[in-house]
Design a protein around this ligand. Structure first.
Ligand SMILES: [Zn+2]
Length: 117
């Protein structure tokens, strides 16, 4: 898989974890387990910043823009559809040999897309 795409997916995963931690119910559960959600959040935020700094500026800016607009900037392709906006993707995307070798975006909503298989 394209390294840049891998980083964008990891960045998305980190953002999901960070926002889960910000969710009060989860924080309460973690406190019960003896974990400190604040330090975990700081740790994740640090990892996120480090990762973000290694991503090409153009993609990082687009990521932030999409995340701000939709909440999720990177989505998998499911049944030939973008799982962000559920638009059927053009056949050219499926006949191409280099799935996941390029950073692709959905032609409809503009989110970063990747293939799971
Ligand atoms: Zn889309």
């Amino acid at each position: 898989m394209n390294k840049e795409l891998e980083k964008l997916i990891s960045l998305h995963d980190l953002d999901v974890m960070i926002s889960d931690l910000a969710n009060k119910d989860i924080s309460k559960q973690e406190k019960k387990l003896g974990l400190s959600p604040d330090s975990a959040a700081n740790e994740l935020q640090k990892m996120r910043d480090e990762l973000a700094s290694t991503i090409v500026r153009k993609n990082r800016d687009l990521y932030e823009q999409l995340a701000g607009h939709y909440g999720n900037a990177v989505v998998p392709v499911v049944n030939h559809r973008c799982s962000g906006c559920f638009t059927q993707l053009p056949t050219a995307f499926f006949t191409s040999q280099d799935k996941n070798d390029l950073v692709e975006t959905c032609p409809s909503c503009g989110r970063f897309i990747y293939w799971c298989d």
